[in-house]
Design a protein around this ligand. Structure first.
Ligand code: 6PG
Length: 250
């Protein structure tokens, strides 16, 4: 049963601060409970403000880095030093600035010629570090695109109906950057203890209202596929993205 929570923040700065604090809170609870914190990061641009807060005091000192394992919910099929790489964005804004053991950073093999093999490899890496079957991440951070996609689960994509894999390679993405991706499937996302959707910007407002308040249409609105089986679904949104919501959440 999904426990869904929706929080709306005045602006991107307040939103990023709240998401960063939620990550620290979940990390401390996970380490206290099972001596490990496993997180999958989202890509795009919005998370950068969250990562910069985690890399700065006071949160930097509060997160248990020595017991944290960092994965990516998706990445683009580009080299890790490419401007479009989600790994590069996280490395620049967070990972280079915190005492996280290198062996606990688990990037996707995006340079592999055979992306299906890279997806299968990543699935095995996840299974060897994240407990549970399917593996239960303590926290998966997701964004939502203006088309209602999340991770690299785009509308009408064959990746939406993959049920026999936890990680899959996708066709060339319909949104920039127009490259193939490797992404968690809905099965893996929905096994998480907590999923945090970070959504900001007026360009997301119409689609967000459809996702949260409209009829179920996950083939068109893949973000609707995210319904953690036994976890918490936290929508953390700025006022600009929330402006077309009809219900009040509070
Ligand atoms: C990616 C992301 C993608 C992202 C959304 C929202 O690789 O592009 O994982 O799912 O989260 O496109 O991105 P913004 O939050 O930057 O708008």
């Amino acid at each position: 049963m999904t426990d869904q929570r929706i929080q709306i923040f005045a602006d991107v700065s307040e939103l990023a601060a709240a998401v960063a604090q939620q990550i620290v809170t979940r990390a401390q609870a996970a380490v206290a409970d099972h001596d490990r914190f496993t997180i999958a990061l989202s890509g795009g641009s919005t998370p950068r403000a969250v990562f910069e807060r985690l890399a700065a005091s006071p949160l930097k000192e509060q997160l248990p880095w020595a017991k944290t394992y960092v994965f990516w919910g998706d990445d683009r099929a580009v080299p890790p030093d490419h401007p479009d790489s989600n790994y590069r964005m996280a490395s620049e804004s967070l990972l280079q600035h915190v005492p996280l053991p290198k062996e606990q950073i688990k990037p996707i093999l995006t340079q592999c010629d055979d992306l299906d093999a890279a997806a299968q490899h990543y699935e095995r890496v996840i299974q060897s570090f994240v407990p549970g079957s399917p593996p239960c991440f303590d926290l998966i951070l997701l964004g939502m695109g203006p088309d209602g996609h999340t991770a690299s689960l785009f509308p009408h994509s064959p990746a939406l109906t993959v049920t026999n894999a936890l990680v899959t390679a996708t066709p060339v993405a319909p949104l920039k950057p127009h490259v193939r991706r490797i992404t968690f499937t809905a099965t893996l996302i929905n096994a998480a203890a907590e999923v945090v959707f970070l959504v900001a910007g007026a360009d997301k407002a119409g689609r967000l209202a459809e996702v949260l308040e409209g009829p179920q249409a996950p083939d068109t609105l893949p973000a609707q596929l995210v319904r953690p089986t036994n976890g918490v679904l936290s929508w953390m949104i700025d006022q600009a993205a929330a402006q077309e919501l009809k219900h009040s959440y509070g």
